[in-house]
Design a protein around this ligand. Structure first.
Ligand code: BGC
Length: 806
């Protein structure tokens, strides 16, 4: 069969450009970066975007959420499982491989709309013979255990003999951080070579989890296809004849299947996939993605590059979120690499969760249930440290025990001791904040009764035992902590921690009162079980009310922690190639704690999370002060600075930080994207679009928007799920339209835009006209300015609330 000489074999299949991530040519030094960027997955399983032939330096990565292990005394880490994608082709003793053989051209595309990776490479052998290799593959969103790949080979100059070899490569290992070296976390358990499939089962060393693979290879020449069981074959292929291989791979672990059932289930899924065949499986996969994008796509009209970059971040969020398993969470680098050993941080609750709350609430619930299931471990952690209640670990994996390593590499490459697990207790309040966020936006009270409430109560109880009462000042204080700004260890009264702890206590009191009123019997059962007396809850309120909040009257600024303003104050006088601040050469990294440099959004994070608490003037002062001192040495930081930049009316800063966050992993801005996608940055970037430029907030149980579209954007179009209803939001400079796309379970929904309140019913839409502005300048301060209709809005809100409670 003659192969068409397209410049790119898949041109006709590709989605529009703003949905593509492209790689043209091959640069060996960029291989690991591309592998991370081209990761494919479905929340259950992810595979790094390797080239099938595994060139030198390739880092295959196959990860299943929740499968962690450790060897001996090492630290628990996400296991790099056998690689099923490997497909090797040799001819005349030469391997088709861009490092080993010359390439005439090489192009790869991640089509984010369909979640397919396409590849077209033309090789030139040592004998100057040209060979075309094309491939496409997907990790099915329709069937979470399935990976499907297709490889096509065409000799272009003469008939050639090839050796094709494919397998499930069990020779992979984790890269190992620092001085650990490579580590294998599993051993073979069962191998079977059947007539038409291969079965491989491996077992992890410590946890004894079984991971089963079944795969079948289909070989097609012209219209004739047959399935083979062998893994290696020699075939003679005619000039311009295309030989096609399709590999169906099923991966399943014993986490949710009885070990005795694992083989039967895995092989069964493979059989049914093969019956369906490539085209139907592809079709199901594409349909599942189409549905997913109908909700998740944020279209930035007028700036296709920003839209594309935002899709890239969103794509990586989607493939990280598990819809079916409430016992796994998302690690700081998703399932796209081994950075941070796959551990779970506050990143999940504060940076990732909002995307899922407003997009796929089931995933959000699962992420929070992951914490609920680890409440006992958190209680033990608190007790071991001499506190009451529950203290969640700074880094968490499968068991919920603390698994922060004691050592890490600093920015200057030196090994430093890590104290985050002893001091970053704010994670407790972050989790409580996230629970409140989730329940408020979804109305899922059942989650509270399923353990959410207990987490709120036990984290509050922790703070009550963690604070100390300063009798002289008649206030509660929290000593020996580290805030989000990890440049400063062992500080007292970190403003972020104190304010978030107070919030944790407040919401525990509020939810306790509400749920006790609504279901006294159920409440009594829980209170009885955790031995919670009413006076303990009363005490929490007192602590929250008297929690010290560091503030300098002289400077009229929040003091990030006690004594911060006495530290050395240096100026940032250099920016790097990404226009981000560089540590002055006069300051050593070892001395960073003695300066006023801030690692990442800390007070600024607080301004965002508790934005109602501060006046516009306060926000402005604190934003600019902190922004001037922040080095953004964490990818979590820029997007938050974008959001708060908009809050204070500084569109220029907001756009600068947004652009930075958008391209964090597309351009490897932090230099370590090869170790995996910066999940929190991806989540925060989505928040910068929706909470920032669309100005979405929850205000008194109502969803409100204050659009801040930059001048060069024509509009922004997206969906959010609010209390189980899908709202389609479309905003331009002139107006905002909101449509309720599915039937509301609770009657009309109220939405507020530019301070104006309107009601939505099923399939109806409401329109809000943007207030007239004399010049663009006035847009900058539009955020917090109360509209003249303020009183009327307040009246309407009260009326709506009354109606809902009736
Ligand atoms: C940041 C933390 C973050 C962690 C994982 C660190 O560099 O300072 O806030 O949780 O990375 O992303």
């Amino acid at each position: 069969m003659a192969k068409k000489q397209h410049p790119y074999a898949y041109d006709n299949l590709l989605s529009p450009k703003s949905w593509l991530v492209e790689q043209k040519g091959f640069d060996r030094s960029m291989q690991a970066l591309r592998e991370t960027q081209f990761t494919q997955g479905n929340g259950y399983l992810c595979c790094r975007g390797i080239l099938e032939e595994l060139p030198y330096d390739a880092n295959a990565g196959t990860y299943i959420g929740g499968i962690y292990d450790r060897t001996g005394a090492q630290i628990t880490e996400l296991v790099n499982l056998p690689n099923p994608i490997v497909f090797r082709i040799d001819t005349h003793g030469e391997k088709l491989d861009p490092v080993a053989m010359d390439i005439v051209h090489h192009r790869r595309t991640l089509d984010m709309h369909k979640a397919i990776v396409y590849r077209h490479t033309t090789f030139r052998s040592a004998y100057k013979k040209h060979i075309d290799l094309t491939s496409r593959r997907f990790v099915s969103l329709a069937n979470k255990n399935l990976i499907v790949m297709e490889v096509e080979v065409t000799p272009l100059d003469e008939d050639m003999t090839f050796n094709f070899q494919t397998m499930i490569d069990a020779g992979v290992s984790n890269r190992g951080a620092l001085t650990e070296g490579r580590k294998r976390h599993f051993e073979p358990h069962e191998v079977e070579q059947a007539k038409d499939h291969v079965y491989l089962c491996v077992e992890t060393f410590e946890k004894k989890v079984l991971i089963a693979y079944a795969s079948a290879l289909e070989v097609c020449r012209g219209n004739r296809c047959h399935t083979v069981g062998e893994r290696a074959m020699n075939l003679r292929v005619k000039k311009n004849e295309t030989i096609t291989f399709r590999k169906y791979i099923v991966v399943k672990s014993s986490r949710h299947v009885r070990p005795s059932e694992l083989k039967r289930t895995t092989v069964g899924i493979l059989k049914s996939a093969r019956r369906k065949g490539f085209t139907r499986l592809l079709d199901e996969h594409e349909k599942a993605w189409l549905k997913r994008w109908q909700l998740a796509n944020v279209d930035i009209e007028g700036d296709p590059e920003a839209a594309r970059a935002l899709r890239f971040n969103t794509y990586h969020l989607i493939i990280a979120g598990n819809t079916d398993d409430d016992d796994v969470s998302i690690g700081a680098r998703t399932l796209s690499g081994e950075g941070y050993r796959g551990h779970i941080f506050w990143d999940t609750e504060l940076f990732l969760l909002p995307f899922f709350i407003y997009n796929e609430p089931q995933v959000a619930r699962n992420l929070l249930m992951y914490r609920v299931h680890r409440l006992t471990a958190a209680r033990n952690n608190a007790a071991a440290r001499g506190y009451k209640g529950a203290l969640y670990p700074w880094e968490s994996a499968d068991t919920g025990e603390e698994c922060t390593p004691s050592w890490a590499k600093n920015f200057d490459g030196k090994i430093i001791r890590i104290v985050t697990m002893d001091e970053e207790h704010h994670i407790n309040a972050d989790i409580a904040y996230a629970i409140n966020n989730y329940v408020d936006a979804t109305g899922d009270i059942d989650f509270m009764w399923s353990g959410g409430l207990e987490v709120l109560l036990e984290t509050a109880r922790f703070w009550a035992s963690r604070v100390i009462y300063n009798t002289k000042q008649a206030r509660y204080e929290i000593d020996h902590v580290m805030g989000p700004d990890e440049f400063h260890e062992d500080v007292n009264n970190n403003a972020y921690t104190n304010a978030m702890a107070a919030f944790n206590l407040e919401i525990a009191v509020t939810w306790a009162a509400r749920l006790r009123r609504e279901r006294p019997a159920q409440w009594n059962r829980i209170a009885g079980r955790i031995k919670l007396a009413p006076k303990e809850v009363l005490h929490w309120r007192q602590i929250a009310e008297r929690m010290y909040f560091p503030y300098s009257k002289k400077r009229r600024l929040i003091e990030p922690f006690d004594g911060f303003f006495r530290l050395r104050d240096h100026r940032i006088c250099q920016l790097n190639e990404h226009f981000m601040p560089v540590l002055p050469s006069t300051v050593e990294w070892e001395e960073i704690g003695k300066t006023q440099f801030i690692k990442q959004a800390d007070v600024v994070m607080l301004l965002y999370l508790q934005n109602d608490r501060f006046s516009q003037e306060e926000k402005k002062r604190d934003y600019y002060f902190n922004e001037r001192h922040t080095l953004h040495k964490s990818s979590l930081s820029p997007a938050i600075h974008s959001i708060v930049g908009l809050e204070v009316g500084d569109e220029e800063k907001a756009l600068h930080y947004f652009a930075h966050a958008l391209s964090s992993d597309l351009q490897n801005i932090h230099g370590n994207t090869p170790e995996g996608i910066h999940a929190a940055s991806a989540g925060a970037t989505w928040q910068a679009a929706i909470m920032g430029f669309a100005g979405m907030r929850r205000r008194g149980g109502i969803l409100s928007f204050t659009p801040h579209l930059p001048l060069h954007w024509k509009g922004m179009h997206f969906c959010v799920v609010w209390h189980g209803c899908r709202l389609r939001v479309s905003m331009t400079h002139a107006r905002t339209e909101i449509c309720l796309e599915d039937r509301s379970k609770r009657g009309p929904i109220a939405v507020e835009v530019y301070g104006e309140l309107k009601e939505l019913t099923y399939q109806s839409f409401v329109q809000f006209l943007a207030p007239k502005r004399a010049s663009r300048k006035s847009t900058k301060v539009r955020t917090a300015k109360k509209t003249p209709k303020k009183k009327a809005v307040r009246k309407k809100k009260t009326a709506l609330k009354k109606r809902r409670t009736r």
